[in-house]
Design a binder for this molecule. Structure first.
Ligand SMILES: Nc1ncnc2c1ncn2[C@@H]1O[C@H](COP(=O)(O)OP(=O)(O)O)[C@@H](O)[C@H]1O
Ligand SMILES: [Mg+2]
Length: 256
């Protein structure tokens, strides 16, 4: 790939005797949507944890925008332009939608991180503008003063993506953003993700195979910690090894 925002080389991590991520290499194209699919337990979230610095690899490198960031902490990666949303929510439930977004938007402003956290709500004009922009785009404007804990599941998942975007990342990692969503919410979220591509680069973990095939420029298939296949959605779907391991009988039910 000519212009990679992310290059992962031989990334591995073990949990005891389990090779959760086993020598994974791939590149994510700048401005594109690169998706990682694979059955439950394949190692997708662990791979995200390695890329985003939440886990230290036992081997391998993570190159972000030409720079080796292997083992860098998540907050430093966020400041450098890599944001992630989590499979398990990362919102402050006891804070409002506005406050969740404002904190995230102020995180990358000049001055100390702690300063951003301590600054009173609404103190930064730039952060306020970003909050306005994101609540409009994510259809959360009516919910601005609602506590995040009182939002519907779909709204919480949307807010989570908005929070990840608040820091204006160049690369966004999304771990199953449509998990637990209704069909309509899933379609809306897919359209939203598609609308973000180009503006920034996206690395997506998704269990909904049809969604991945429609959204992605490039697909990586993981199976038991290893990379089973990669390529265009069409090529991957037609790969016999992928069909056997992933699209085979009962695979849809196990595809998490
Ligand atoms: N912190 C951990 N400690 C021990 N085992 C883990 C840990 N995190 C994940 N695993 C195991 O690693 C494997 C891959 O998990 P995970 O990366 O969550 O897969 P996926 O996201 O593809 O479902 C699973 O067998 C899981 O039980
Ligand atoms: Mg997972």
């Amino acid at each position: 790939m000519s212009d990679a925002i992310l290059s992962v080389r031989g990334l591995s991590v073990r949990f005891g005797t389990l090779a959760a991520v086993n020598d994974i290499s791939f590149e994510a194209e700048r401005g594109g949507i690169t998706s990682i699919i694979g059955p439950n337990g394949a190692g997708k979230s662990s791979l995200f944890n390695l890329v985003s610095g939440a886990l230290r690899p036992d081997a391998g490198r993570v190159i972000f925008d030409g720079r080796d960031v292997t083992g860098r902490r998540p907050d430093r990666l966020l400041a450098a332009g890599m944001a992630r949303s989590f499979q398990i929510t990362n919102l402050f439930f006891e804070l409002s939608v506005r406050e969740n977004l404002r904190l995230a938007a102020q995180f990358v402003e000049p001055g100390s991180r702690l300063g951003a956290l301590l600054r009173p709500v609404g103190a930064s004009r730039a952060a306020r503008a970003r909050v306005d922009e994101l609540t409009a785009r994510f259809a959360l404007r009516e919910r601005l003063d609602e506590l995040a804990g009182y939002l519907s599941h779909g709204e919480q998942r949307r807010l989570e993506i908005a929070v990840a975007l608040a820091a204006r990342p160049r690369l966004l990692l999304l771990d199953e953003p449509t998990q637990g969503m209704s069909h309509t919410d899933t379609q809306d979220t897919a359209a939203l993700i598609k609308s973000l591509a180009g503006e920034l680069s996206i690395l997506l973990i998704e269990h909904d195979v049809d969604l991945v095939m429609n959204l992605s420029d490039h697909v990586i298939v993981m199976h038991q910690g290893a990379k089973l296949a990669e390529g265009s959605p069409q090529a991957v779907r037609g790969d016999p090894a992928v069909q056997a391991a992933y699209f085979g009988e009962g695979a849809h039910a196990a595809a998490h």
